[in-house]
Structure formats: C-alpha cells, structure tokens
Design a protein around this ligand. Structure first.
Ligand SMILES: [Zn+2]
Length: 446
C-alpha cells in the first residue's frame, strides 16, 4: 500500500528513471493500470475494498469519522453513536467491520501485517509493527521525519518474506504524509516513492534467492490521490454562524446540538440534522433547513452536496443547480435536472456496476454513480454528504499542523489511483480497488 500515491506522479517518476525497480518488475514485466478508490477517498476506509472486496458503505464505515443518527437517538453515549478513528477509537475499526465480509487476513492463516490499522484476523505475533508503531508514528510526526517509518516497515517486510506466508500487507505511509506536509511533488515526497522502489528491489532479490519469486504475486496500489490545499472552510464554524449548535470532534459534548459535522480526509464531510430522529430526505431537509443549505452550497469550498430524495434517488446539488443519481434494482443511472455537476450525459437504461464504471471512469468524477449508491446505502452517510472543491478543505479548527494537502472527495484527483502487479496480463484495464481483492484470492487459491 503506497498510501496517497497519485498515478500521474508515479508515471512521471517511472519515465524519468527515478523508480528503476518498479519500472522493471511492474511496468515492464508485469502490469500497471489506473484504477479508482472508493468514496470517501480516505485512508482506512479505502483499505477495505482491497482487504474485503467491499466498499466502506457496505461495512457502515463511511469515513475516518462517522455519525450514526439512529444510534445517537437511542443513547448519545452509546458506543456506536459516533466514531473518530483518529484517536483512541482507532482500535474499534476491526470490530466495526461487517463480519459477513471477512478480510483476507481472516480468510488465510499465515498473514503478516506492517502498519495496517486493520488487523482483524492477524495473529498477534504476525502483526510485525504492533510494538513500535505508535511510538514511531508519534515521533515521526512530531519531528517531521516521516521516512524512518517506511525504512523500518521495509525491514519488517524483509522479515515477513522469510516466513512461509500466504498474504502480507505492508503500508508505506510517507507519500501521504509528505504530500500533506509539503506538496505531492515535493522532493521529499518523491524520495518517499524512491524508498518504495528500493524496498521492491530488495524484496524481489530475496524472493529470487529463495526461489519463490515466480509463485509470489506482488500488488502495489494506493488508497487515494491527493491535491494541494490553498484555502480552508471550517464547516463547524460555518454552521455556528448560521445559528446552529454543532456537534463535531473533538467537541462532542455540545449541549442540545442541532447539526453533527463529521469530516474525513479533509475534503469529505457528512452532516446530520438533529431536529429529526429519522434520516432526512431532500424535500423535508430543504423545507426545514433550506436557507442554511443554500448559503452552504454557495461557499467556494463546496463542490457539491448529495442527499437522499423522496423518489429514493440521490440528489447532487451545486450552486448552479441539481442532478440526480438514479438508484434502482436493475442498476444505476444519472439525470441532469437544472445542472450537470458530474458532467455526464443522461443515461437511458439503468447501468450495471461494470457499465457504470466504464461510463464514468474518464469523467471528472470516476465511478461516481456506484460510489454514491454504496455510500448512501449506509445511514452513517448522514443526511448530507459534502465533497469539497480541489484546492479547498473542510478542516476543523483543531487541526494541527495545518494540512497542505487534501483528499476524500469524489474528484478524479482523489479517486484515481495506480494499481501495479508483478505478473503480466493480470491487470487488463482500469478497475476498482474492490476487484484487486478477487485477484489476490485467485492467486492464493490457485
Ligand atoms: Zn491514505
């Protein structure tokens, strides 16, 4: 997992000869395609498609933070009323996953883990960074020395391949961290790609010495792209100005809150209005909170907002107007009403998941139709889903240090990801990250 790697940056570095081993073993001898991650395009939830073949909405893990309106009204301090995996609640991630969709680590006995927060199914002694992860992550953030984390992860990866393993998941986090701290093409970020390249060289060399290289499939992929951030809109502050009492992390003690604001990856948020216990649809929401919502979509930071509507479809609203994602038993579709936020032609027939992927892949919002569908299938999407414009984020006041990069949105700069494999002919064209799961299963099961 080359967390936060952009396909275009990776391609450029391959062309300039900066990643000679990735070029040889993946681009030349194997396969390299552009794919899509999920919505929200954010670390953690975006690992689920690879590990379980399912989207975050299917697991009801709709962000790095989520709010569960029905659970909240059953008991505000109930364990499943809200979540932020950014703090001590990270340990709940495993339990929050849907048991009916087991991960690769639950499926196979001999699995090893390096830095992945999803450890469900990994034997304790095989979670190789368990002891040192917290301290290493903390120190590297505090001292702004990210690369030491990847270097240590590489050492543990070398230990993992000495074992008789079936599946090993290793995260290289520095591309994401450097992109957040500096820029996605900063020299320090490029160096993070080069660390991965050197790791590939050492891993392949060792597997060849062992005589196991031919039997080993290596998949390298990222969980989201990343863009640089020039402006911030604090959603909590926005709604406070509109006269709402706001419930948000970390100030979750607000008395009589009127709206819950939950941000993920900084370019994605969910809003839940708390004057009604049931989930809102668009018609009721606009009748009750139309003034604040109209003002909200006019903010330059807001690309679009999405909400369920009375017809059972998903309304996509921008300051220009509105369209809808049509959801039916026979597939998904798209229809412009007063605007065309996704820049797609109206569909005539319902599209299957595969057709919907092809229909949207090269648009500005790749896989938008299925991604909206999967997200809104969970009530933890809130009443409103917010996707920020590229260049903006929805950071909260508490965020230190200031982020210079963002992801989480449905825009192609966040949704497109590189997917590489050391086997030729395995990746035959653009694909969803969920499809990688089956490729891995087929290889292990063969
Ligand atoms: Zn990430």
């Amino acid at each position: 997992m080359i967390d936060g790697a952009r396909p275009d940056v990776l391609s450029k570095l391959l062309e300039t000869g900066d990643l000679p081993h990735i070029k040889t073993y993946f681009a030349d001898e194997g396969s390299f395609v552009k794919g899509t991650t999920c919505f929200p395009s954010t670390t953690g939830p975006a690992y689920l498609p690879y590990l379980t073949g399912k989207f975050p909405g299917e697991h009801h893990i709709t962000g790095i933070r989520w709010f569960d309106k029905p659970a909240f009204f059953q008991g505000r301090w109930a364990r499943n009323a809200m979540r932020s995996y950014c703090g001590y609640e990270a340990k709940y991630f495993n339990d929050d996953m849907d048991d009916s969709m087991p991960s690769l680590m639950e499926t196979y006995d001999d699995c090893y883990n390096i830095y992945n927060m999803i450890t469900k199914g990994v034997k304790e002694e095989n979670d190789l960074t368990k002891e040192r992860k917290t301290k290493l992550y903390f120190r590297s953030h505090f001292k702004h020395e990210h690369h030491v984390v990847d270097e240590y992860g590489h050492e543990e990866l070398m230990n993992a391949i000495e074992q008789d393993f079936q599946f090993t998941f290793a995260v290289f986090p520095s591309i994401d961290w450097d992109s957040h701290s500096y820029h996605f093409e900063d020299d320090r970020t490029k160096e993070a790609y080069k660390i991965v390249d050197r790791s590939v060289a050492a891993v392949v060399k060792r597997l060849k010495e062992q005589g196991t290289y031919e039997d080993t499939m290596i998949i390298m992929a990222s969980d989201h792209g990343l863009t640089s951030t020039h402006s911030h809109l604090d959603l909590g502050k926005f709604f406070k100005k509109q006269g709402y009492r706001v419930l948000e992390y970390p100030s979750i003690w607000t008395l009589f809150p009127k709206v819950a604001v939950f941000i993920s990856g900084n370019s994605f948020a969910t809003l839940s209005f708390l004057d009604k216990q049931e989930m809102y649809d668009k018609e009721a929401l606009m009748a009750k909170h139309g003034q604040a919502i109209q003002a909200f979509v006019k903010e330059p930071a807001i690309d679009f907002i999405a909400m369920r509507n009375e017809a059972g479809n998903i309304s996509i609203i921008t300051q220009e107007g509105e369209a809808e994602v049509i959801v039916s038993e026979s597939g998904v579709g798209y229809r412009s009403i007063t605007a065309n936020p996704f820049g797609l032609e109206d569909t005539i027939q319902p599209l299957t998941e595969a057709e919907a992927f092809e229909y949207t892949f090269e648009s500005d919002y790749p896989d938008s139709l299925v991604q909206c569908q999967q997200l809104f299938a969970s009530h933890r999407s809130g009443d409103i889903v917010v996707s920020a414009h590229v260049g903006y984020d929805l950071r909260d006041f508490w965020e230190i240090p200031e982020h210079k990069g963002s992801h989480g949105s449905l825009h192609k700069d966040h949704m497109h990801i590189p997917i590489l494999c050391n086997k030729a002919g395995v990746l035959t064209g653009p694909m969803r990250s969920t499809e990688v799961y089956q490729i891995i299963r087929d290889h292990i099961d063969q």
